[in-house]
Design a protein around this ligand. Structure first.
Ligand code: SF4
Length: 354
């Protein structure tokens, strides 16, 4: 990457909104602007301009109701994420994610500041959940993730929000940080389906997920946008509020996401803008002194998922929240660190990294 492009990237990052795994922001600029022709046949899911989310079939068959019940059961001794806190959230108990059996939503909006193939020409209907199960010390959204800013919301209200975003033209419902509240989301989704929801569902996750929950989401989620933050469990834990085994859980979860939805499927939208309706996009934030293990990350992607996997390599780390107390996270990355990350990606053979 040239110095000019790097500077442009960093300037763009300052105008971003926090869509995404809390600690990682998304490019303001479009970065997946590939031709529709190239991607048209990529994983065989392209159904032309009318895409039918699979959650509609799951609901029609009664399977979505079964999944909803299975997810709610996990709240009784909470095992919704690898922290396995075991508290009875249905009885009002809380643990690491500061969430009981109620739902808090921080905000919702039509958002354009994500990858261009995700937002298309009309934007995504982004819904930000309050609280988080990962709690990065460098969180750029700490008021929502750590402090829990937001408003208590019913399932009917959340369903109404999804429908409102669809009505306003959003290409997708885009849930930011769903892990700790996923039963609520499925309950609201079922209500919204009955009232006409029919656009793809996106989960944007920090990837600290269990395989069991991921398998329950098979057929519900159309697009996964998954952070892979660290490649080493021991290095990761102090920066993720003690999350044990982060790299191991994230690797398994992302492989399962890939099994479910494949690489990004991009079609020509109604106005010829390329738009993804299904698939996996992995985001990786480059950290100072290669703390994230970017060289290992890109090799892992190629070896485990294939060179065509869609990857965002992001430069916009800044020392937010408590990062300044955790060197080397007290500084931004340098241009040469970002250039090196891109060289690693190229040398590993990744074809769709941006
Ligand atoms: S979702 Fe929350 S309570 Fe449940 S295991 Fe994870 S951090 Fe613990």
């Amino acid at each position: 990457m040239t110095r000019r492009k790097f500077i442009k990237t960093c300037i763009a990052a300052t105008g971003l909104i926090a869509l995404g795994g809390r600690s990682s922001l998304i490019w303001a600029g479009g970065i997946f602007d590939r031709s529709g022709n190239e991607s048209r046949l990529r994983n065989g899911y392209n159904q032309g301009l009318v895409y039918r989310p699979r959650y509609l079939d799951l609901e029609a068959s009664g399977e979505l109701e079964r999944r909803e019940r299975a997810l709610w059961a996990k709240m009784e001794r909470c095992s919704l994420c690898p922290r396995m806190c075991g508290v009875n959230r249905m009885a009002g108990e809380m643990a690491v994610c500061s969430s009981d059996n109620t739902l808090r939503v921080a905000s919702s909006e039509i958002a354009f500041r994500a990858e261009r193939v995700i937002v298309g020409s009309r934007g995504v209907g982004a819904i930000f959940m309050s609280n988080c199960n990962l709690l990065c010390v460098f969180c750029q959204n700490w008021q929502i993730a750590h402090r829990g800013d937001g408003r208590q919301t019913t399932h009917a209200e959340l369903a109404g929000t999804m429908l409102n975003l669809q009505q306003r033209g959003a290409h997708k419902v885009y849930i930011v940080t769903s892990t700790h509240v996923v039963p609520h989301i499925v309950s609201a989704l079922r209500l919204a389906i009955r009232r006409g929801l029919n656009i793809p569902l996106v989960f944007d996750t920090g990837s600290y997920e269990t395989l069991e929950v991921m398998r329950l989401l098979d057929g519900i989620v159309d697009i996964y946008i998954a952070d892979f933050k660290f490649m080493d469990c021991e290095i990761a834990a102090p920066f993720l509020s003690g999350a044990r085994g982060y790299a191991r859980y994230a690797a398994a979860a992302i492989k399962e996401m890939h099994r479910q939805v494949g690489t990004l499927n991009v079609i020509d939208g109604a106005d010829s803008t390329p738009i993804a309706n299904r698939g996996l996009l992995i985001r990786h934030l480059v950290l100072p002194e290669n703390l994230a293990g970017t060289d290992r990350f890109v090799r892992w992607v190629v070896d485990e998922l294939g060179a065509d996997t869609d990857v965002s390599i992001m430069a916009q780390f800044r020392p937010a929240f408590f990062a300044s107390r955790h060197p080397p996270l007290h500084r931004r990355i340098t241009q040469s660190e970002f250039d090196q990350a891109n060289r690693w990606a190229r040398d590993a053979g990744l074809r769709n990294f941006h």
